[in-house]
Write a protein that binds this ligand. Structure first.
Ligand code: RIB
Ligand code: NA
Length: 306
C-alpha cells in the first residue's frame, strides 16, 4: 500500500544563475546561464515523495500568474494532488533567486504568496491530514501555519516531520510536538544555540530534554547523523556521486526519509534510504530535476554495488 503524505509548504519559481564566481560586495560579474525551474522546499519535497511512490497532497499558495500555473503543473505531472493549493490574485508566486558559483549555491527567497498560506486555510483539509501517515513541513510559510498544522496532525495521531529550513529559532512548545526533526548543521546550531561542533551531539541532547523524539542532522557530502531520545548518535556516510547541482539535496533527503517513515520503517532504514535518494538528486540540474523514482534508487544502489 502506498504511504499517504501531506506536505504543507512553499512553492517557488527558482531563477538560477550560473557564474564562474560570486560577485563581491558592490561588484558586477558576468554570468553564464540563467534557468527558470520549479522549486520551493515544500514543492520539491512533494515531488520527491510522489516520484518515490507516496500518495502526496500539497497544501500551499501561489499567485494567479504564469509561475504559479507552471509550479502547479509540475506537481501534477508527478501525480501530486494540487487542489489544496490556494491561488491568489493579490500576491505574486514566490521566487527564489539562486546563484550557482564556485561549486556552491546561495539563495534569496521572496515568499510572495507563500506568506499567505494561513492557519485558517488548513481547517478544510483536516480530513486529509487525519488520514495521512505523515505530515511534512518546512519553514518557508508562516510559523503560525506550521504550528497549526502540527496541532491538527497531532490531534489525529499523524506523524509530524519538520525540516527546520531556512534556519529560524523555534519555541520549545513547537519542538516538543515534532516526531522527526531534520536540520542541517547550521540549522541545528541555531536551534540549540551551540556551535556547529557541539550541537551535533550535546545540542541534540538539549532538544530531547525539550521533548523532541528524534533528530536527523544532514551533513552534506558526509551523510547524516541521527539520534533518538535515549539512544546514541548513529552516523550514516554519504555516497560518492558525480555532483551537478546540490540545490534541493536536503529536500530529496526529507522526501526519502518521509517516504520510509510513513511506511513505519525504522529510523536507521529510513535514513539509509534517504541518503541514497539525496545522492541521486544532486547528479542532475535543478531542485526537482534530479528527484529519483524508487526504481532509479534501487537500480543505482543494487545490493553491494556502491
Ligand atoms: O531547498 C531548495 C529550495 O530552496 C529551492 O528550490 C528554492 O526555491 C528555495 O526555497
Ligand atoms: Na538536483
Amino acid at each position: 500500500q502506498r504511504p499517504k503524505v501531506v506536505v504543507i509548504g512553499s512553492l517557488n519559481m527558482d531563477l538560477v544563475v550560473k557564474a564562474v564566481r560570486a560577485p563581491k560586495r558592490g561588484e558586477t560579474v558576468l554570468g553564464e546561464e540563467i534557468h527558470f525551474v520549479p522549486g520551493g522546499k515544500g514543492a520539491n519535497q512533494a515531488i520527491g515523495l510522489a516520484r518515490l511512490g507516496a500518495e502526496t497532497t500539497m497544501i500551499g499558495a501561489v499567485g494567479s500568474d504564469a509561475f504559479g500555473e507552471e509550479l502547479k503543473k509540475a506537481l501534477q505531472a508527478d501525480g501530486v494532488s494540487t487542489s489544496s493549493i490556494k491561488v491568489l490574485d493579490s500576491q505574486a508566486t514566490g521566487v527564489a533567486s539562486i546563484l550557482l558559483a564556485e561549486g556552491d549555491n546561495s539563495i534569496v527567497v521572496v515568499p510572495g504568496a507563500n506568506a499567505q498560506c494561513l492557519p485558517e486555510d488548513l481547517d478544510q483539509y483536516e480530513g486529509i491530514i487525519s488520514e495521512a501517515d505523515l505530515v511534512l513541513l518546512q519553514l518557508e510559510i508562516p510559523l503560525k501555519t506550521v504550528e497549526y498544522a502540527i496541532k491538527l496532525a497531532r490531534r489525529h495521531g499523524t506523524l509530524v516531520m519538520l525540516n527546520p529550513a531556512p534556519a529560524q529559532s523555534l519555541s520549545q512548545d513547537l519542538l516538543r510536538q515534532v516526531d522527526y526533526l531534520t536540520p542541517n548543521r547550521s540549522e541545528l546550531a541555531l536551534l540549540t544555540e551551540m556551535s556547529e561542533e557541539s550541537a551535533i551531539d550535546q545540542g541534540i541532547q538539549g532538544l530531547f530534554e525539550v521533548g523532541v523524539s528524534c533528530c536527523v542532522t544532514t551533513l552534506g557530502a558526509e551523510g547524516v547523523a541521527f539520534k533518538e531520545s535515549g539512544g546514541s548518535l548513529v552516523s550514516i556516510s554519504g555516497h560518492m556521486v558525480p555532483v551537478v547541482d546540490t540545490t534541493g539535496a536536503g529536500d530529496a533527503f526529507n522526501a526519502g526519509l518521509a517516504y520510509a517513515l510513513a511506511q513505519r520503517k525504522s529510523i536507521r532504514e529510513a535514513a539509509e534510504f534517504a541518503v541514497k535518494v539525496s545522492a541521486l538528486a544532486v547528479t542532475k540540474f535543478g531542485a526537482q530535476g534530479g528527484m529519483p523514482s524508487l526504481a532509479e534508487v534501487e537500480a543505482y544502489f543494487q545490493e553491494g554495488s556502491r
